[in-house]
Design a protein around this ligand. Structure first.
Ligand SMILES: Cc1cc2nc3c(=O)[nH]c(=O)nc-3n(C[C@H](O)[C@H](O)[C@H](O)COP(=O)(O)OP(=O)(O)OC[C@H]3O[C@@H](n4cnc5c(N)ncnc54)[C@H](O)[C@@H]3O)c2cc1C
Length: 272
């Protein structure tokens, strides 16, 4: 595991330069995924480029009708931010149910979205809220960013710098966590963007996806009954020691209903 060179980047530019000079290098942000991967010999990078202390990757700001969150911002910072709680409370709630306190104090939004674990929580918010992933090279719309199992639109040497979330009218997230890790067995994020309803599902399939039938139904009536009997293509859903495909499909339906119930409560609360 340890036969590699450790490089600590002081700026995003320096990190990008390190990656350009060492094509076999890997970025290290919170280390919550990379370190276990190295320990299990699933990756053998020539260099590890530590971006964990770069100030320009950190921070949370609401500006110009958007919530902007630096890629190096830790889960607990999102969960406890008053700015996030005011702008998109569902995002703060989602961050608060990632893993355990240790993971939330080390893991970062950029690391989680770059890794794109099929059971991770943030991809559901990024896709559900129609966020933009801003990198050192370009701005990537969420609909283009996620490419399935641990796959994204990121190219070699590209670093996520920040996320830009348009402010929704309302949003809600509900997940059924794996009892040991906290990862989503199924998680559903619902957002009323102002120009339509978006429903993003994580944990069930090989990657986060939009449930278009639910978006159409909830766009007409935002109530749990609107989801009854809706088509849900579960042909490629995960089947493993934790759950069958049919069980995961049922979980998606139940989590979607719970998210709709939360959505209604959230709306009432914000009108008071
Ligand atoms: C016990 C445990 C429980 C967990 N439970 C959950 C859970 O319930 N829900 C959930 O969503 N996640 C969960 N996680 C994952 C956790 O959220 C991690 O923080 C996350 O997956 C990776 O973030 P990181 O900052 O630690 O990234 P790292 O481990 O440092 O990096 C992960 C990958 O992303 C790349 N990377 C990092 N930053 C960037 C960047 N800015 N630009 C481009 N590439 C980058 C790295 O090179 C690496 O390939 C859990 C992890 C553990 C260990």
């Amino acid at each position: 595991m340890y036969a590699m060179t450790y490089l600590k980047a002081k700026s995003v530019k320096e990190a990008a330069d390190f990656l350009a000079a060492h094509p076999e290098a890997k970025l290290l942000s919170g280390g919550m995924t990379l370190i276990p991967t190295l320990k299990q010999r699933l990756a053998r990078p020539s260099h590890v480029v530590d971006i964990g202390q770069i100030a320009e990757l950190k921070g949370i700001e609401a500006k110009g009708g958007k919530l902007v969150i630096g890629a190096g911002t830790k889960h607990y910072e999102v969960a406890s931010s008053k700015t996030v709680a005011k702008a998109i409370p569902a995002l703060a709630e989602l961050a608060s149910v990632i893993g355990d306190p240790q993971v939330r104090n080390m893991g970062t939004m950029g690391g989680a979205v770059a890794n794109n674990d099929p059971a991770a929580d943030y991809p559901a918010a990024v896709l559900g809220l129609n966020a933009t992933v801003v990198t050192t090279k370009r701005s990537i719309p969420a609909d283009q960013y996620f490419k399935g199992l641990f796959a994204t639109d990121l190219n070699d040497g590209e670093i996520i710098v920040r996320f830009e979330f348009p402010l929704p009218k309302a949003a809600a997230y509900s997940k059924f966590p794996h009892p040991a890790s906290g990862y989503a067995m199924a998680g559903v994020f619902i957002a009323d963007t102002g120009s339509g309803v978006r429903v993003a599902v994580t944990g069930a399939g090989p990657g986060v996806f939009r449930w278009k039938e639910a978006e159409a139904a909830l766009g007409k009536a935002m109530k749990p009954e609107a989801l009854e009997g809706l088509a849900l293509d579960s042909g490629d859903f995960n089947e493993d020691i934790h759950a069958t495909r049919a069980y995961r499909e049922n979980l998606v339906r139940v989590m979607a209903k719970r998210a709709v119930e939360k959505f209604a409560k959230g709306k009432k609360a914000s009108r008071k």
